[in-house]
Ligand binder design. Structure first.
Ligand code: SF4
Ligand code: SF4
Length: 438
């Protein structure tokens, strides 16, 4: 019996082969964990975008774009860590993390189960989908369509969680009125349609032809980056076998990977070849494919070179972490500002706007006092500011027009019941009262 016949005789039921599935199982675990985390992050209040205030909502604190240390420090740290990851493990993000890929793989599996394996082969030429004859029944197509729609409706909620509070989303999903988000229904419909188009017709075409992020990740790959290695010494096992190639949803031949190919290190080909070998009595040893760093053939230590490459990314991550920490330590939960109120309706050149902000999503009181002017020389619309939650408020200060001509210096003092205090000094030039007849 030749090698081709031996391979044909092997029944490939990957689900029943212990060990060989470990890469795939870990990958699935990672993909579903990422989706779980993406849901938990906004629900737990860890991170959300507060569209009403134009700020980030993090753990009940507002982080403004003006909080440069926190924002820049965080992004520098994240970008450096990602570059570190790309340099070490290539486009592993696509295979193990990216929700778009998770959805695409799920859609492929569902299509394969209900319409046959050839039905998942999509290309940009518009070739007609090939449905297996025995699965070409309306019930299968209907089941597939409904499952796509339900999953799209479910996934479309995730981006909304990053822009609207869980209470708003809860009210929306239970068909209650959401006065603060009148367009929520339309946003949800658009999100659902985008996901639906993705799972029905786009799937891995996005990865192959549209994803700029994948190209960005590939730009950090080198010969030392994690890649699929092929054991050429046992290449006789491969006669007429293309199982690994068929298992690759990006249409790569894993036996010939190169530095700048589209491989995302998903490991499906490794699992496929391992499965084949574990099922075959004729094929000795493990599969011919494995994950590897560096160029083993040339006897180079890839890790050494990789470490030197990632040194810059490590330094960047450290700088970002320090900057971020400085921002966290110096974070101010309240803000006090004062400027002329000339542009506000009904104000004069003698009016000042005291702008105060509560950056915590909880109730707060702030007491305002003026130093440097006599009580008869000004009035405050209110000396106490109260918030039920995070927000900004204006208090107008009116300076008496009878104030003596000249430059006056006064200070606004603010203090809150939880011990925060700040000052803001203003220089006011008084024109003096115009004398009658002058
Ligand atoms: S590497 Fe493994 S799965 Fe791929 S062709 Fe060779 S024997 Fe088949
Ligand atoms: S070559 Fe292998 S590891 Fe790379 S994308 Fe294809 S199946 Fe995944």
């Amino acid at each position: 019996m030749n090698a081709h016949q031996q391979l044909k005789n092997i029944s490939i039921q990957q689900e029943h082969v212990p060990g060989a599935q470990s890469v795939r199982s870990w990958r699935r675990f990672s993909q579903y964990m990422v989706i779980f985390i993406l849901v938990v992050i906004p629900l737990s209040g860890l991170f959300r975008i507060d569209t009403m205030s134009g700020a980030f909502h993090m753990l009940d604190y507002q982080v403004w774009f003006a909080d440069m240390s926190i924002i820049m420090g965080f992004w520098i740290m994240l970008a450096a860590l990602l570059i570190f990851m790309y340099s070490w493990s290539g486009a592993v993000f696509c295979g193990w993390v990216c929700p778009q890929n998770t959805l695409s793989e799920w859609a492929n599996n569902m299509t394969s189960k209900l319409l046959g394996r050839r039905a998942i082969m999509m290309d940009v030429t518009g070739k007609k989908m090939q449905v297996a004859i025995r699965k070409d029944i309306w019930l299968n197509k209907l089941t597939l369509g409904i499952s796509f729609l339900l999953v799209s409706m479910l996934f479309a909620i995730i981006p909304l969680l990053y822009f609207f509070s869980p209470e708003m989303i809860g009210a929306f999903l239970t068909f209650q009125d959401v006065p603060d988000a009148k367009n929520l229904l339309w946003i949800y419909v658009v999100c659902t349609l985008v996901v639906l188009v993705d799972v029905t017709v786009m799937r891995h075409l996005v990865c192959k032809y549209m994803c700029v992020y994948r190209v960005w990740q590939h730009s950090f790959k080198t010969r030392e980056t994690l890649h699929i290695a092929y054991d050429e010494g046992r290449s006789d096992h491969c006669q007429n076998c293309h199982y690994c190639e068929d298992s690759c949803f990006l249409d790569i031949d894993p036996r010939q990977t190169v530095v700048f190919d589209s491989c995302i290190n998903c490991g499906d080909c490794v699992a496929a070849c391992d499965t084949l070998h574990s099922k075959s009595k004729k094929m000795d040893g493990p599969g011919l494919l494995s994950f590897s760093f560096g160029q083993e053939k040339e006897g180079k230590n890839g890790l050494t070179s990789l470490l030197s490459r990632t040194r810059a990314a490590s330094v960047g991550a450290m700088i970002g972490a320090i900057w971020f920490s400085v921002g966290i330590v110096g974070y101010q939960p309240y803000v006090l500002l004062a400027d002329r109120a000339e542009l506000l309706q009904g104000t004069t050149a003698n009016d000042y706007r005291i702008n105060v902000s509560n950056k915590r999503y909880r109730a707060a009181d702030m007491q305002l006092e003026i130093e440097g002017l006599k009580e008869s020389e000004y009035t405050l619309d209110s000396s106490m500011v109260r918030w039920q939650t995070a927000g900004r408020k204006d208090v107008i200060m009116h300076i008496s027009p009878t104030l003596d001509k000249g430059l006056h210096r006064f200070t606004v003092h603010a203090r809150t019941s939880d011990g925060w205090r700040d000052d803001f000094t203003v220089y006011h030039y008084a024109q003096g009262m115009m004398k009658a007849g002058s």
